[in-house]
Design a protein around this ligand. Sequence first.
Ligand SMILES: NC(=O)c1ccc[n+]([C@@H]2O[C@H](COP(=O)([O-])OP(=O)(O)OC[C@H]3O[C@@H](n4cnc5c(N)ncnc54)[C@H](OP(=O)(O)O)[C@@H]3O)[C@@H](O)[C@H]2O)c1
Length: 257
Amino acid sequence: MELGLGGKVAVITGGTQGIGKATAIRLAAEGARVVICARGQPLLESTAAEIRAAGGTVHAVSADVSKPEDCARIVAETLSAFGGIDILVNNAGTSATGEFESATDDVWQADFDLKLFGAIRLIRLAVAHMKARGGGRIVNLANIGAKQPGARTMPTTVTRAAGLAMTKALSKEYAPHNILVNAVCIGLIRAGQHDRRAAQRGIDTEAMYQEMGKNVPLGRVGRAEEAANVIAFLVSDAASFVTGSSVNLDGGASAVF
Ligand SMILES: NC(=O)c1ccc[n+]([C@@H]2O[C@H](COP(=O)([O-])OP(=O)(O)OC[C@H]3O[C@@H](n4cnc5c(N)ncnc54)[C@H](OP(=O)(O)O)[C@@H]3O)[C@@H](O)[C@H]2O)c1
């Protein structure tokens, strides 16, 4: 399938680990010029080097997407490096869940700032440049709990539900500008956040993934490359009539579409 991504400029937040890294590698392999951002400098450098070694074009920005000034710098550096923006993948994020009564205002605010306001600010900054190029693609990462929130899943499920509402509203607002906006609802994917949790708990990472996969209908946890495949499709020419949609990427785990 021809994805038509050659020469496109794609910003991927959180592009140094897990799903974001796999997406950056995939889009760069398809010929896109990619901008990756994250807070940690060593992984930014090693990921950029990996993409360049494979023949890709990449610009790395050290940034925290929960800070407005860093969002502005991501867009400014993208314009300066590559002259425009065609694709924005709002991927940076992590899980924040627990007992409702133990989540303070600061915990809620931090989750909104990272996973909702980061996307709001970057989209607001990027759309003018997408309009100028005759269109664009935005993919917002979410989780399957956004549509079926369970006990002790906040603030993540609330933040993600807001992200899905924003995705749908933006898809309608920007359709006249050929800016297509979609979401991917992740179930369980092998990634840095799970690896770090295993290390913190002193448990074997592979054994943990085996255990996590038992409750997934396909019998396993997904791979970051499998998420990257879906994101690459959504930002490609092949998905030119897809907007305002959310794709469950969960091996069948979700009870709802
Ligand atoms: N993997 C899953 O099972 C799963 C499930 C549901 C939803 N998701 C969602 O999918 C997305 C990707 O998750 P993942 O599992 O691939 O995560 P991951 O492996 O932990 O990678 C997260 C990436 O985001 C970056 N990041 C984190 N906070 C950031 C910030 N404030 N500013 C800029 N970059 C930041 C990290 O780099 P630094 O730490 O260096 O900044 C890293 O590059 C997230 O939004 C996550 O919530 C994942």
